[in-house]
Ligand binder design. Structure first.
Ligand SMILES: Nc1ncnc2c1ncn2[C@@H]1O[C@H](COP(=O)(O)OP(=O)(O)O)[C@@H](O)[C@H]1O
Ligand SMILES: [Mg+2]
Length: 241
């Protein structure tokens, strides 16, 4: 079966001439459907760049990135915007909620921008599962960081996107709130057939994944399947050492 997302010899450089930075140096990787992948690596190794180029948030320099069977290089800016909106969900370290909107309005926003109807039964199920039922009328400033990130999870899940991408989704959370978010993402893969890809520098977070990809200097240098924390820490120590 076709991968949910795929990169083929993906290259991303920033700047020109003497100041050129190669953030991705020919990355080929597949994210299988209905799996949870974590991308790890030292700071500056290209994790965010890989995720952002594969998710159509950032242009790449050469190579190709696919969402399902769709090659991103063939799309106009407008088509990329539509693909992101229709097929992808995002969770960021900084939550990225609209401060003037309630939790319910934030959750519904991408769906209403897309001009589609919210599936109310599904919305109720996920907000209940995320413990947000009593918080739907609150604005982000009235919620804890963990609650705000659960709102962001609900926003990403409500449209049943092909893939949910998270760039350090637990990076601003304490360990309890972080664990809740990881369990939500794990549940989405195990019970809702979702595909999840997160960037993290936390071995505990990565241990929730089915597979960990390790980057260094813009290249994939290792991977683990069904990783446990010890194995992850060992690979990281080798990469950083
Ligand atoms: N907008 C940018 N302009 C110039 N260099 C950048 C930019 N974004 C990232 N980089 C560089 O690309 C490399 C990879 O960055 P990034 O993907 O953010 O790494 P990570 O997420 O692993 O910390 C780093 O050397 C970083 O300095
Ligand atoms: Mg990053």
């Amino acid at each position: 079966m076709e991968a949910a997302a795929r990169a083929v010899n993906l290259v991303k450089t920033y700047g020109q001439g003497d100041t050129v930075v190669t953030a991705l140096d020919g990355v080929s990787v597949e994210f299988e459907r209905n799996t949870f992948t974590a991308i790890m690596g030292p700071s500056g190794s290209g994790k965010s760049t890989l995720m952002h180029t594969m998710a159509g948030l950032d242009a790449f320099t050469s190579g190709e990135a696919y969402i399902g069977g769709t090659a991103l290089s063939g799309l106009s800016d407008r088509e990329i915007t539509e693909l992101r909106r229709d097929r992808l969900g995002f969770i960021f370290q900084s939550f990225n909620l609209v401060p003037t909107l309630t939790a319910a309005e934030n959750i519904a926003l991408p769906t209403s921008i897309a001009g589609r109807e919210i599936d109310q039964a599904w919305l109720e199920e996920i907000t209940q599962r995320l413990g947000l039922s009593q918080r739907l009328g609150h604005r982000p400033s009235e919620l804890s960081g963990g609650q705000q990130q659960r709102v962001a999870c609900a926003r990403a899940l409500v449209s049943r996107p092909d893939i949910i991408f998270g760039d350090e989704p637990t990076g601003n959370l304490d360990s309890n709130a972080g664990r809740e978010v990881l369990e939500i993402l794990r549940h989405a893969v195990d019970f809702d057939g979702q595909t999840v890809v997160i960037v993290t520098h936390d071995a505990r977070a990565a241990s929730y994944a089915d597979r960990v990809i390790f980057l260094r200097d813009g290249r994939v240098v290792n991977e683990l399947r069904d990783p446990d924390m010890d194995a992850i820490l060992q690979v990281m120590a080798g990469i950083e050492g």
